[in-house]
Design a protein around this ligand. Structure first.
Ligand code: SF4
Length: 211
């Protein structure tokens, strides 16, 4: 049976994406190839524990969860993430999202799974690491987010959204504040001035006071 290197698995509210607000099973895999300035999941960049895929599939199907998010770290670094996702889809019938940091090729994300691609803005220090071929690889049900720390990040993201017509390539494009670094209202006002084709994303789980 396949195993994965796991950082943690837990139940909480999905705070982002078009699935925000739903009870969710989070599977956080260990390992990341980036080092973002605002990273708040440093534990995922350290060695984790080996866990059987079978155990995680069973935990996902407790009846509490409406969706499953496979995240990291960078989950695409561990090829068996696909086995995990496909087993959950087939046996538990739950929607599965995989959150990826934009630096890895998303071609092998199965059709049943939604890719949430977090293209890193300059303020992250990681924007040069992005695999821009991923823009052409987006499917209609995938989602994109840009985490915004300042005006420069905002303008950079808007340039890509407009130049690539991102809104027509996937289901949703989000502009989200770096939590604690910029007020969401500032981004909202910029969006209203510019008419950029994107949604303001708020980390709902933080407002709700859950992890
Ligand atoms: S991609 Fe995510 S886990 Fe990796 S360094 Fe950036 S914020 Fe942290």
């Amino acid at each position: 049976m396949y195993t994965l290197e796991l950082c943690e698995a837990f139940t909480s509210l999905q705070g982002e994406t078009s699935y925000a607000g739903l009870p969710c099973f989070f599977i956080r895999l260990s390992g990341c190839n980036l080092a973002c300035t605002y990273c708040d999941t440093r534990c995922a960049r350290e060695p984790g524990n080996e866990e059987k895929i079978e155990t995680l599939v069973q935990m996902a199907g407790t009846g509490v969860h409406s969706i499953v998010v496979i995240t990291g770290g960078e989950p695409l670094l561990q090829p068996s993430w696909r086995n995990l996702a496909l087993e959950i889809c087939a046996r538990q019938g739950l929607p599965v999202l995989v959150e990826t940091n934009g630096s890895k090729d998303i071609s092998n994300v199965p059709a049943e799974v939604t890719a949430v691609v977090d293209f890193k803005c300059p303020g992250s220090g990681m924007s040069d690491e992005m695999d821009w071929g991923n823009i052409d690889r987006l499917r209609k049900h995938d989602e994109v987010k840009f985490v915004i720390g300042d005006r420069r990040d905002y303008q950079w993201a808007c340039g890509i959204i407009r130049r690539e017509n991102l809104g027509s390539r996937c289901s949703s494009v989000y502009l989200m504040p770096v939590w604690g670094r910029i007020e969401p209202g500032r981004i909202a006002r910029w969006m209203l001035e510019d008419g950029v084709k994107a949604r303001l994303g708020i980390q709902l789980h933080k407002i709700a006071g859950v992890r």
